[in-house]
Design a protein around this ligand. Structure first.
Ligand SMILES: Cc1ncc(COP(=O)(O)O)c(C=O)c1O
Length: 373
């Protein structure tokens, strides 16, 4: 276990790593370690898999959702700032959401799809408002922000080794930090908060959240392959961008100037006005050819599970939910398989354009989808 943690920390260039049973457990632990308390609020992007928002509820706190940016689809620093400036007020030296009355204590940037958020922009705002940062990099292991690995940018960063992630231990996660006290506390909480293991004394409620040693051994082997996995993902991404970038109404995933993406989940946007089709029709047409694609998640501000949470308007997240489609992009995807996917996408778009089918116009369009944009 220690070997996996040591090697993982060294790979990312951080001093401490604590292995957990899942990425979800890593996030839950990190929130506890960051001192988020019941009744507090944590700011999250609306466009994400649901797990980070759920972990905020696990600690009895509330997620607050803000919109993502239309270019890279990540937590938008200007939306974070707008929330803190327009929706919050300082009372007794603490920041409160003026709508809910709750204390706003932290922000959780989620680096979605293998692409980093604008972490520097978020950090500056968090510092200005005294917010803790717990970064969810579970989808973006191997990505770089300003040429440095994710994990180096926030006080606490979490990763996942779920079966669908870039490297896997079957299931598992990691909390990384440069702060020895935070690491010690994460270790304590994830191992049942044992104060005296011999006499079974526990001062706090702990969790059985440790990774197993069998999984850690798998992790060591997987970690050696991380550069190969990232290179494979980037190759797949470059080929999709080359082959689909000029198709009318199809916009490939972009890399921000600050980012070296791992392209964990390669995603395109399908403009119903110019592509001739729309994301859900294309999904069905590709499924009929045995090609599995996926839309992005229901935006969290619309999720029934989080209906009681506060949210700012999140039109970009809603729009992306309607137009985005993730394509096959596993590290094992062969060139031949990728050619088949590309040909099928081209074919379906051309067929629909010929038939003049515009099946479902996007209801919300914060950005145009011209390929040159
Ligand atoms: C953004 C995000 N956060 C957290 C998780 C949870 O990780 P795990 O499945 O390892 O619990 C996932 C994916 O599984 C995720 O995509």
């Amino acid at each position: 276990m220690e070997r996996f943690e040591r090697q993982f920390a060294a790979t990312l260039g951080v001093t401490h790593a604590v292995a957990t049973a899942s990425g979800t457990a890593a996030l839950h632990t990190a929130l506890l370690v960051a001192g988020v308390r019941p009744g507090d609020e944590v700011v999250l992007p609306s466009l994400s898999f649901i797990a980070p928002a759920n972990t905020v509820r696990y600690v009895g706190a509330w997620p607050t959702f803000v919109d993502v940016d239309p270019h890279y689809w990540q937590l938008d620093p200007s939306e974070l700032r707008a929330f803190l400036r327009d929706d919050c007020t300082v009372r007794q030296r603490e920041l409160h959401n003026r709508h809910t009355g709750r204390r706003v204590v932290a922000v959780m940037p989620v680096d979605i799809l293998g692409h980093p958020c604008d972490l520097q922009g978020i950090k500056e705002i968090a510092e200005e408002y005294g917010l803790a940062i717990v970064e969810d990099a579970t989808e973006s292991l191997g990505a770089l922000y300003r040429h440095r690995p994710l994990g180096q940018w926030s006080r606490l960063t979490c990763f996942s080794f779920n079966g669908n992630k870039l490297m896997t231990t079957g299931g598992g996660g990691m909390v990384v930090t440069d702060d020895p006290e935070l690491a010690q506390r994460a270790l304590y909480l994830t191992t049942q908060a044992k104060d005296d293991p011999l006499e079974f004394v526990h001062r706090e409620i702990g969790y059985n959240y440790r990774l197993t040693s069998v999984q850690a051994a798998v992790g060591c082997a997987q970690l050696e392959q991380l550069p190969t996995f990232v290179a494979a993902k980037r190759r797949v991404a470059a080929e999709y961008a080359r082959a689909l970038g000029e198709l009318p109404g199809i916009r490939p995933m972009r890399e921000a100037p600050w980012a070296t993406a791992s392209y964990w989940m390669y995603t395109i946007l399908v403009d119903p006005e110019h592509s001739g089709t729309d994301s859900r029709s294309l999904l069905k047409a590709l499924a009929a050819r045995d090609i599995q694609t996926r839309p992005l998640w229901q935006p969290l501000h619309l999720s029934p599970a989080h209906r009681e949470s506060f949210a700012r308007p999140c039109p970009t997240a809603g729009w992306l939910n309607q137009v985005a489609l993730s394509l096959p992009c596993s590290t094992g995807l062969t060139e031949e398989q990728q050619r088949r996917v590309i040909a099928a996408v081209r074919d379906e778009c051309a067929r629909h354009r010929r038939h003049g089918e515009t099946t479902r116009p996007a209801a919300i369009r914060p950005g145009t989808l011209a390929p040159s944009q």
